[in-house]
Design a protein around this ligand. Structure first.
Ligand code: URP
Ligand code: ZN
Ligand code: ZN
Length: 458
């Protein structure tokens, strides 16, 4: 063994027990009491928890979007994730209309491979089904079994029509892929943008809230879920933000549809009153922030199992980029930072807040994402043969979020000044310590592209 994590308490999705964890060549090779440490590097995890590293299945690093490029790139974004305990991220390779999806994947890999500091994968973003349908099986075979389709962003050229969505879902029933949808009703939003656009100056950033009401997400989720049900397709709802959306997912699950849902810390912890503040435009993201009642319903969904995954939807825009809105909510670059705060926020508000157990924390932040997205049994647990992607978690460490001390390239934080208890002491990626006490100590380019398996399920 080259490294042993000693005296810690192992927490997995199902178990909690005291044990040492032995690592050799990037893999977990022994778990037991009093492992002999001869010649091995020892990390003393007394009083600390030894958990599988977090897996964030929803990030947009250096994404060209809304007339600019998101500010956390593959290097800095993966460093930021490592600092707080993430060991895998999944980004998106979005097809350019008229071109092959595989071309987008190749181009995105060329951007990411030399830069990533923890392991990563890509979802294929389908924007031209006529072309992508012929490539889908081969892309699944290549190791990318999940595909993003947008029910919005018509003007961006990304929106999928219902016929394409239906056919793509149908295909997943045959090839074991999964369609991840951004579910918002574009027609309704366009109508509201037309209606409220002329009042943009008076409405300020709150115009973003008014033009994306809950029903725009509810309807789109219910529609996508119905398409999954009638086709036998495999569906995943990204960044679910509303209580009504959670109800629609629950109803579809009760009907036997293969549908999972993700929510994000911002939808559990922030609400749309923020749009009324002086810097309300900074919080502009799609879907928009909702009401406290939605937050409660999403927490309940996490507790009851309707919602299975936490992702961040990291799409960082700094204050200069956000200033491109010039007082008009229709021009806000949509998105916010997230990778560096996900695990501490979920631990503090979820576990310390009495809403979820440590085991449920591991499920929704690591094991479920690994299983649904085809990374299991390589990642997502502490078990022999798994990659040694591990977070040694100090449940007593208090941190006050301050963007000036963080790794992110952002010059503001949605959680600025908030204190949390619980943070990574060490983050290990395939056995290498890549972050210590919230600071990156790893090597740029250490991360690898990880081919994933189809038919991921819980
Ligand atoms: O506003 C957001 N969420 N920006 C990133 C792109 C997306 O829709 O996920
Ligand atoms: Zn989205
Ligand atoms: Zn996103």
């Amino acid at each position: 063994m080259d490294t042993i994590i000693k005296n810690g308490t192992v927490v997995t999705a199902t178990d909690t027990y005291k044990a040492d964890v032995g690592i050799a060549n990037g893999k977990i090779v022994q778990i037991g009491e009093n492992l002999a440490a001869v010649g091995a590097k020892v990390l003393d995890a007394g009083d600390k928890l030894v958990m599988p590293g977090g897996i964030d299945v929803h990030v947009h690093l250096q994404l060209p979007f809304c007339g600019t490029v998101s500010a956390d790139d593959f290097e800095n974004g993966t460093k930021a994730g490592a600092c707080s305990g993430l060991t895998t991220v999944i980004d998106y390779a979005i097809q350019t209309k008229g071109q092959k999806l595989m071309d987008a994947i190749t181009a995105r890999r060329a951007e990411a491979d030399p830069k990533v500091c923890v392991d990563y994968s890509l979802h294929g973003g389908i924007t031209d089904w006529e072309i992508a349908q012929g490539e889908m099986d081969a892309i699944v075979e290549y190791g990318i079994p999940t595909f993003k389709m947008f029910m919005v962003y018509r003007s961006q050229g990304w929106m999928a029509d219902d016929g394409s969505l239906l056919q793509a879902l149908e295909a997943t029933g045959r090839n074991g892929g999964r369609i991840c949808v951004h579910a918002e009703n574009d027609d309704a939003i366009q109508m509201l943008l037309k209606r409220y656009g002329p009042q943009a100056k008076e409405l300020g950033a709150y115009g973003h809230a008014i033009t994306r009401p809950n029903y725009t997400e509810q309807e789109a989720i219910a529609r996508a879920a119905l398409w999954a049900e009638v086709t036998g397709g495999r569906l995943y709802i990204v960044h679910m933000s509303t209580g009504e959306g959670a109800d629609a997912v629950w109803a579809a699950q009760e009907n036997g549809a293969n549908v999972y849902a993700e929510t994000c810390p911002q939808y559990l912890l922030l609400d749309d009153e923020l749009f009324k503040g002086e810097n309300g435009h900074l919080y502009g993201t799609c879907p928009q922030l909702r009401k406290p009642v939605d937050q409660e319903r999403l927490w309940t969904g996490l507790q009851h199992g309707t919602v299975q995954v936490i992702g961040t939807d990291t799409c960082t825009f700094n204050t200069t980029q956000k200033a491109m809105w010039e007082g008009d909510f229709r021009k806000i670059p949509f998105g916010m930072p997230g990778v560096e705060t996900m695990l501490p926020l979920m631990w503090h508000h979820g576990v310390n807040g009495g809403r979820i157990t440590p085991n449920r924390f591991v499920q929704i932040c690591s094991t479920n994402p690994a299983q649904i997205f085809g990374l299991y049994p390589q990642k997502g647990s502490i078990a022999i043969g798994f990659d040694a992607d591990i977070v040694v978690w100090d449940p007593d460490r208090e941190v006050t979020f301050n963007w000036e001390e963080m790794q992110t390239n952002c010059d503001w934080s949605p959680f600025q000044g908030q204190s949390v208890r619980g943070y990574s002491k060490w983050t290990l990626s395939r056995g290498e310590v890549v972050a210590e006490d919230g600071k990156f100590v790893g090597v740029v380019g250490h991360g690898r592209f990880v081919p994933r398996q189809p038919w991921g399920d819980l």
